[in-house]
Design a protein around this ligand. Structure first.
Ligand code: AMP
Length: 296
């Protein structure tokens, strides 16, 4: 496994791979890697000859009140996980090289940016889309691997790729969870023992929604209010949003339809967690295949 700090050297190494007709799979991350990231990396290793992972805590996607400095950075452990999971190249840029001064260009995926997480984290997805666009230009992969855990992010990036004609395919892999259903996240490390127990309420609420749908409920507002009731039973929980939306345009739906997205953001104590399911995708434990995102 080779580590690159500069675009130029990474580019030279990747050009050589491209000349040798090697397929390149790319997994962008912010580090603090866990089994969720590793599932993307392993899928990339199965389907490509060269796997590139970037680790970059992107300042452009943190709001002024969000503590980017606190974001975990266990680099040594991340590198050893990557080494054991079949990564060929690690890209570790710094902020100065990603956002040289003066810097003026940002990508705004209009309409998808402002809803769900975008409504509570203004500017967040502008930062995400911008950094992914830059990374795609630097790495020029054949396939980009993303996690369904960040479903809105995946929808926004897929739209950007379509709109701006990036020559790359996207694969959105299912959310990896703890045994009790909690979606793995680098932010779970912030939870106290009690909060960790309470955090399982996100996946419980999504399972409740699925059960209601299985039993014939089609009214989105009824389902949302049952989810909110369940979550509110935990005193540490504060709901940012609970939404049922169309997976293509992220607009709220009145009635459930196959393939729609049920998404949650809940603060447990001070830690903001997100989770989601796609209706009719099957229960958590059965999810192995890439998600049926429409235009991916
Ligand atoms: P991050 O490091 O949080 O920016 O995440 C990097 C990639 O890993 C994103 O595409 C995430 O959606 C994905 N990811 C994060 N957590 C999970 C998880 N529990 N299961 C699957 N993918 C995940």
């Amino acid at each position: 496994m080779k580590i690159f700090y500069s675009f130029e050297k990474l580019n030279a190494a990747l050009n050589k791979r491209r000349q040798d007709k090697k397929r390149i799979g790319f997994v962008p991350t912010m580090g603090a890697l866990h089994m969720g990231h590793l599932s993307l990396i392993k899928q990339a290793a199965r389907e490509n000859n060269t796997v590139v992972v970037s680790i970059f805590v992107n300042p452009a996607q943190f709001g002024p009140k969000e503590d980017m400095k606190k974001y975990p950075r266990p680099l040594k452990n991340d590198l050893s996980l990557c080494r054991r999971s079949g990564v060929d190249f690690i890209f570790l840029p710094d902020s100065k090289s990603m956002y040289p001064r003066p810097y003026s260009t940002f990508v705004n995926v209009e309409g998808l940016n402002e809803v769900l997480c975008g409504s509570v984290r203004p500017g967040h997805f502008r930062g995400v889309a911008t950094v992914v666009a830059k990374l795609l230009n630097i790495v020029r992969p054949d396939v980009l691997y993303l996690g369904q855990k960040d479903a809105q992010q995946a929808v926004i990036i897929a739209r950007m790729i379509n709109d701006l004609n990036f020559p790359v395919r996207v694969k959105v892999m299912p959310t990896i969870r703890e045994n009790d259903g909690l979606a793995l996240s680098s932010r779970n490390a912030y939870l106290s023992g009690k909060e960790r127990n309470d955090a399982v309420v996100l996946s419980k609420a999504l399972l409740l929604a699925q059960t209601l749908i299985d039993n014939g409920q089609r009214q989105a507002d009824r389902i949302i209010s049952r989810m909110k009731q369940l979550i509110s039973k935990k005193r540490s929980a504060r709901i940012d949003y609970a939404g049922i939306v169309d997976l293509e345009n992220l607009m709220p739906l009145k009635k459930i339809k196959p393939g729609c997205l049920i998404a949650l953001a809940v603060k447990i104590g001070k830690t903001r967690l997100i989770d989601n399911v796609v209706v009719n995708q099957g229960r958590f434990s059965k999810q192995r295949k890439p998600c049926p995102f429409k235009y991916v």
